[in-house]
Design a protein around this ligand. Structure first.
Ligand SMILES: Nc1nc2c(ncn2[C@@H]2O[C@H](COP(=O)(O)OP(=O)(O)OP(=O)(O)O)[C@@H](O)[C@H]2O)c(=O)[nH]1
Ligand SMILES: [Mg+2]
Length: 375
């Protein structure tokens, strides 16, 4: 594939390597895959694909034992190899599980090296289960902040949320595999639109324009439908998918990238309907990019993957002398404007005036009717 269209999917650390190794066999052959870890045993699942072992000197092929500083040093010592690996790719998708030492210590550094090598970086990171304890949670949250500042797009998903779709008594290994199906589906659908033969191919430059600013709140979601009305069902599933409601995900995106993948019977009208449903839900006021791909053995199945970004929140103003440590980093919450509250779900949509009245505002608000407050 020409270098400017190429896409590299990287698994970093134990979780990242497992997710990517499980996904690799179902990816289009043009999508390159690389596994990166301090732990040599995680690289053994590469099945002939590219691998890079970090920090041989520091860890001698073992993991970092949960030490973030060791993970960071291990990655830094491998900078030239990382740079060589990332060069020539338009889009690098970095998948990692935060909480341990390798993923948490190395992710932001990898994102920096890939960005410097000219790639757009989309990072996908899992957040530890709540029962994994405070230390992992803290390591993950610090790493997430650092990664968010370096990657063009960052999708953070709590493992607790992923497990919602797995039966309670499934064995752990099966649970992970099933939980990662969502992520796998979204990544597969996204990656597929870059390969030759896509009906409406994706242009990495356009994806870059969507994820132009590091630190932008990112939306990444996925849905699947089958049979009559499959495209619309897939769009609705993507709209409702918990991935879209993860912490840090944006619910109104300025720009949207919608990838629709279906079997040979997928019609243009169906694909457009799916895009319209996604737009209704997530905005896309500035631009919406549609990519469509037909995969013969999909039959009557349709998958919809959505990537979106909104403009980052303005940087908090540094507080004066009396500020407590860390206060300057607190998240800014926007207050709903009166207009957005009045217009509810229709906030941000074009106004629909009939007889001088905005009909998207509920009648009882327009007419200032007081509702009974209960018995
Ligand atoms: N979704 C998902 N999460 C996983 C999986 N395996 C581990 N995790 C999560 O990922 C976090 C990090 O674990 P690892 O990936 O094993 O850690 P690491 O980055 O290899 O770091 P060290 O082993 O400490 O060097 C864990 O705390 C779990 O929450 C997996 O297969 N799928
Ligand atoms: Mg490990």
């Amino acid at each position: 594939m020409e270098p400017n269209r190429a896409i590299l999917l990287v698994g970093l650390g134990g979780a990242g390597c497992s997710i990517v190794a499980r996904l690799a066999p179902s990816l289009p052959a043009e999508v390159k895959v690389a596994l990166i870890d301090t732990d040599a045993s995680a690289l053994a699942q590469a099945n002939g694909r590219e691998t890079l072992q970090l920090g041989r000197a520091q860890t001698r092929g073992m993991g970092t034992g949960g030490e973030v500083a060791v993970g960071a040093a291990a990655a830094e010592s491998e900078e030239p190899q990382l740079r060589r690996l990332f060069t020539g790719y338009a889009l690098v998708v970095l998948v990692t599980g935060l909480g341990g030492g390798t993923g948490s210590g190395a992710a932001a550094f990898l994102a920096t090296v890939a960005t410097d090598a000219g790639a757009t970086v989309l990072a996908y990171a899992t957040i530890p289960f709540s029962h994994e304890g405070e230390r992992r949670k803290r390591q993950a949250s610090e790493a997430l902040d650092k990664l968010g500042a370096k990657a063009h797009g960052l999708v953070a998903v709590q493992n607790d949320l992923l497990l919602l779709q797995v039966s309670k008594d499934a064995p752990l290994s099966e649970s992970f595999a099933a939980a990662d199906e969502w992520v796998g589906g979204a990544l597969r659908a996204l990656a597929g639109t870059f390969v030759p033969g896509a009906l409406v191919p994706a242009d990495p430059a356009a994806v870059r324009s969507i994820l132009a600013t590091p630190g932008s709140p990112t939306l990444f979601t996925y849905g699947c439908g089958q049979g009559t009305g499959a495209a619309l069902a897939a769009a609705r599933a993507a709209n409702e998918c918990p991935l879209a409601h993860a912490p840090g995900a944006t619910t109104k995106a300025a720009s949207l990238f919608v990838a629709v993948t279906g079997g040979p019977t997928l019609s243009a009208t169906e694909a457009f309907e799916a895009v319209a449903a996604v737009r209704m839900r997530f905005g896309g006021e500035t631009s919406t990019l549609l990519c469509a791909r037909v995969v013969p053995d999909f039959g009557d199945r349709v998958e919809v993957a959505v990537l979106g970004a909104s403009t980052p929140a303005p940087k908090p103003v540094k507080k004066g002398k009396g500020a407590k440590p860390g206060e300057e980093n607190q998240q800014i919450f926007g207050f709903a404007t009166e207009d957005s509250m009045r217009r509810g779900l229709f906030g941000g949509t074009p106004l629909t005036f009939i007889d001088g009245q905005d009909v998207d505002v509920p009648t009882y608000i327009r007419r200032a009717v007081r509702l009974p407050t209960g018995p």
